[in-house]
Design a protein around this ligand. Structure first.
Ligand code: NAD
Length: 287
């Protein structure tokens, strides 16, 4: 069966679990929503949720095939229009080109979701300068490029908008295993709060979404790179036990993203362990 068949049969009555759950009532009719890292995991789930909510969506990913698949699925789920764009978010020139193209051809983006990110594990001294650069280039610079290029156009238009940056509970929960990743996410959290303050007067909201352990490709490969399949399973089990949960689905993070836009929330810890992290209160009291 083709992926379309598989997809359609995997959703009930043509609706994905995101909306079928009845848990999100938000509507984004006619709004233009751009999601980076839309080809997989959280970005894919968020794009599909916005599509179901009536948005016109732009699915951006460095993986062309994955982006195209998400755009196609978005149309099936009711997006009035859906486009796929192949871009590496860490590439400043490519991002400039994307912003120009999107604005000219599709319009000014109403909701931007800077979600593309990569994982990297390893102790501080095992992490090479090259690794640091790789992670900061994508996880931090990708978000900076997105906010600068699309945020400025939103502000110039003067009709409000919203930016969601996908950070992580790692942003406020220190870990010996993920120093570079955690640092990149802490920077995204602070960047989001600074930009939120700057744009507050212009009707543009900025949200940092902080998921804990979510069941996607990033948690099954990147964090456990270099270990064999049996070992990976064992480590995943251990992580699940440590984090106190199993199989937290990306669709639930997508739901939190749509809700955060509607309610204009500043910092949104998503999974139970992200909400329960003892460091959270230092960063975001009252979140
Ligand atoms: P994923 O690997 O399933 O999806 C990431 C997507 O981003 C992929 O389609 C990939 O091709 C794309 N991507 C990666 N680098 C890119 C680049 N330079 N340019 C364009 N696209 C790029 O991972 P996910 O779990 O869905 O992660 C999404 C975001 O959520 C990331 O920022 C991640 O750090 C964050 N996050 C994930 C978890 C988790 O447990 N899964 C927890 C907290 C935060």
């Amino acid at each position: 069966a083709s992926w379309i068949d598989e997809f359609v049969t995997s959703v009930e009555g043509g609706r994905s679990p995101v909306v079928a759950s009845g848990e999100h009532a938000e509507r984004f009719g006619g709004q233009l929503v751009l999601v980076t890292g839309a080809g997989s995991g959280i970005g894919r789930a968020a794009t599909l949720a916005f599509a179901e909510a009536g948005a016109r969506v732009v699915a951006v990913d460095r993986n062309a095939e994955a982006a195209a698949r998400t755009a196609e699925q978005s149309r099936l789920l009711g997006a009035p229009e859906a486009w796929a764009e192949t871009v590496d978010v860490s590439d400043e020139q490519a991002m400039e080109k994307l912003a120009e193209k999107v604005t000219t051809e599709y319009g000014v983006v109403d909701v931007l979701v800077n979600n593309a990110g990569i994982g990297l594990s390893g102790s501080f001294f095992d992490t090479t300068p090259e690794d640091w650069r790789k992670v900061l280039d994508v996880n931090l610079w990708g978000v900076i490029h997105g906010c600068r290029l699309f945020g400025r156009r939103m502000a110039e238009r003067g009709q409000g908008g919203h930016i969601v940056n996908v950070a992580s509970a790692a942003a406020y929960q220190p870990s010996r295993a993920l120093p570079a990743y955690s640092t990149s996410k802490a920077a995204v959290l602070m960047l989001s709060e600074c930009l939120r303050a700057e744009l507050a007067g212009q009707g543009i909201g900025v949200t940092a979404v902080c998921p804990g352990f979510v069941n996607t490709a990033i948690t099954s490969t990147a964090h456990f790179a270099g270990v064999d399949a049996g070992e990976e399973k064992r480590l995943q089990k251990r992580a699940a036990r440590l984090y106190g949960l199993r199989n937290y689905p990306p669709e639930k993070v997508a739901r939190a993203i749509l809700r955060a836009v509607t309610r204009d929330e500043a910092v949104v810890p998503v999974t139970p362990e992200a909400r329960g992290a003892r460091w959270l209160s230092r960063w975001a009291p009252g979140a």
